[in-house]
Design a protein around this ligand. Sequence first.
Ligand code: CTP
Length: 403
Amino acid sequence: MVLGVTGGIAAYKAAELLRRFTESGHDVQVVPTAAALEFVGAPTWSALSGKPVATEVWESVHEVPHVRIGQGADLVVVAPATADLLAKAAHGLADDLLTNTLLTARCPVVFVPAMHTEMWEHQATRANVATLRERGAVVVEPAEGRLTGKDTGKGRFPDPVEIFELCRGILAGGGTTHDLAGRHVVVSAGGTREYLDPVRFLGNRSSGLQGYALARAAAARGARVTVIAANVALADPAGARVVRVETTRELREAVLAAAADADAVVMAAAPADFRPTAVSEAKIKKAADGSAPSIELVQNPDILAEISQRRGRTGSVVVGFAAETGDATGSVLELGRAKLARKGCDLLVVNDVSGGAVFGSPDNEAVILAADGGQVAVPAGSKAALAEVIWDQVAVRLADAPR
Ligand code: CTP
């Protein structure tokens, strides 16, 4: 694979990305621009990749590097990508080794832009990004947060781990299809907390791993992704907008707002079904007589049922998850079918959680039940693999819906 690095301060973060690629066995040719070397020098790229690096087309000309590198690549990742590089790539300019490589590459290309908010939002950059996406490139949405200097906003380089995961997914086959391009998908992730007092809450064991795997996979397939994250302690998935919430009612507000123009909503979060009737403003103290307080609960809104009934967009696809254990009233699948009907969603991903097998684990095993009667068994595998099957099912159902 080729790692193109352009002249932005985030070039130092690309060194960590490079390490992850090489440590996982990838053969990486780094192609820095001259400006990138102002930030991080050639010895760093060379030492971490184990190969010489060049920025211009005039070195080792007999090996024709300006076409050879691009032709031989399985994936080209430009990280960070400056506004200047995006402009050159969109217009087919080729005045150094990286831009020549981009013109000759026929493999998937990922751009990871990092720049100040004003540059990212400039009409010229917007148009260049749109052109690159139309041509099938993956242009990752920058993260929001602290930028170089004192300002904050959209434009940050996403966590290198997340870019690595995105690229791995693309190399594994996901992301070469752009069946979600032009779609807006909303994914809820994590578990909500319901406060008893300022320091205590009722919560659950959901880690957010499955929701984040779904977000990553959708971004790689070209979707605009909004993640509503309830108490997730993971790095933001590259390319997704992340809205943070704590309680089920906050989750509901955020999901309903994001779902207004969504083509698909996937409720992978575990919202608490109940919340304390009253939240104590002060920390609840032990009683002098040793008696324990009782907690009265009220039911929370069912977001999945609500979103299934009040679709933001006609033809949108709603997906729920059901963590079931099976009981005297029915098997895991029977309970799943009943839940699918009760909630009114299009697809229900049923996990057997007897013994707490799924929480926090990188793996998952599920059966996807469809409202039209179909069902797809997904064998035990990574949460990333399950995410791909879920998006396959969503994409089929969205095929005829206008973008
Ligand atoms: N869900 C939701 N709002 C809630 C509770 C759950 O949107 N208040 C969603 C979850 O995100 C998941 C699906 O509903 O996609 C199934 O959640 P589950 O807790 O298994 O279902 P319950 O509604 O709790 O059903 P039951 O208590 O009957 O098992």
